[in-house]
Design a protein around this ligand. Sequence first.
Ligand code: ZN
Length: 244
Amino acid sequence: MRCVILSDIHANLVALQAVLEDMRIRGGFDEIWCLGDIVGYGPEPHACIELLQQYKTVSVAGNHDYAAVGRIDISSLNVDATIACRWTAKQLTIEDVDYLQNLAVKVTQGNFTLVHGSPRLPLEEYLISAVDANDNFRYFDTKFCLVGHSHVPLVFQQDKNGNCFEADIPDTIQLKHECHRLIINPGGVGQPRDGDSRASYALYDSDAQVVYHYRVGYDIGATQKRMMECGLPASLSLRLNYGC
Ligand code: ZN
């Protein structure tokens, strides 16, 4: 089975479409594992939810998903995110609200635990350091964990002695002979923050027991034009140029 792993789409439909097209060219996929923040910041929240629903999609909730439907307090977001969140809430259909409200914060798929932020605090914690990641290995039971939230592609490995190491995600992770437990962040689809403006995502091939990391460029200008038309904050639009 081939599972495309997406995180932090953030209502960027053009980026999501580019990823799905890239995946089609690379041989297609059977299902989508989504690590949350489908909405928030970007201009097409409804269309992104609708597109995900056209596939077999397993998704967890992100903080922006819950904020848009009032399941968490909006005051946890910064000023621009709050403006975008209020705007997003007005774009959602009753079915969209129902969909986002019913997303779980933690889901297990075979050897993988899926969460948005971290296994310890799925809606809040950013995993960007080996110290924090190391503490989190005891909050999930599977061998591997998939996280998003930071929008930075990373891998944390924990060895048998409980030491944790952080690394940039390689193009290929062989799981078959992997003796370490891993926490993998595929990076962000709709608002990358690692200095590379291209959409970042991963593919898990369960037969080959391999995770592949991919980047794909998309029409950033098209998303920015839509954001401007929607009156979303300019800073949210500009950052897409820089992947920050
Ligand atoms: Zn996010």
